[in-house]
Design a protein. Sequence first.
Length: 275
Amino acid sequence: MLIDTHAHLNFSAYKNDAEEVIGKTLAEGVFVINVGSQYSTSARAVEYAKKYDGLYAAIGIHPLHLQAQKFSYRDPDEIEEVEIKTAGEIFEKEKYLELAKNPKVVAIGEVGLDYHHFDESDNIEKLKSKQKEILLEFIKLANEVEKPIMIHCWDAYDDLYEILEKNPVEKRGVIHSFVGSFKTAKKFIELGYLIGLNGIVTYGISYDKLIREVDLKNIVLETDCPYLTPVPKKGERNEPMYVKYVAKKIAEVKVISVEEVEKVTTENAKKLFGI
């Protein structure tokens, strides 16, 4: 059994076959946490989760959805490029609080900080301040509903650490799609957070040192589908069942069995999310 702790089957990339993909994924023994990036996709994640055993939801606002913009998204290794539009979402606590009441909602997220996509025309300090403000609101929400948090962070690990250190999340959570150093990972682990690894780690040897040094008990697996498709499926739309390739890469680098990676990371996810 595997758990993809971060998928976006509620995104438009799956508008024609989401139910088919969900069915295939569950049939392969892969459980999924479907993650919202704004209210509409959060609500859709909850609706899907209500229909299927083994499918869960996380609800939140991705930091890039806090301002209206259009940008090209590239993964941290500059391999893929995707055009993304955002409308400028307003955090309405009561709406998210209502979604969070559903027992299939196992986390608050994806929320966090993203300093990577600012351009010269942006009021950068104002945007950073807004992202921090909303992250703090979601931390309060996570504590109110007693759920862990799922954090997106790009080029902002220092600020994120400061916020989490000063504003503890009672149920802790995951630093999703982690691409920092072991030194940085260790700081978050010491706060009680798990490290989310996905297809990025299959793009060569860049993250082998991180994989070797982070104890398996501190790792959860994810795909971030439809993005970040792992080798050997690079070039295809990513799907939750491809999380097995992330497990395979970790096993190879740590020189342990895939079965051990699956067992430990699945137990980590079950314990954190109460699955």
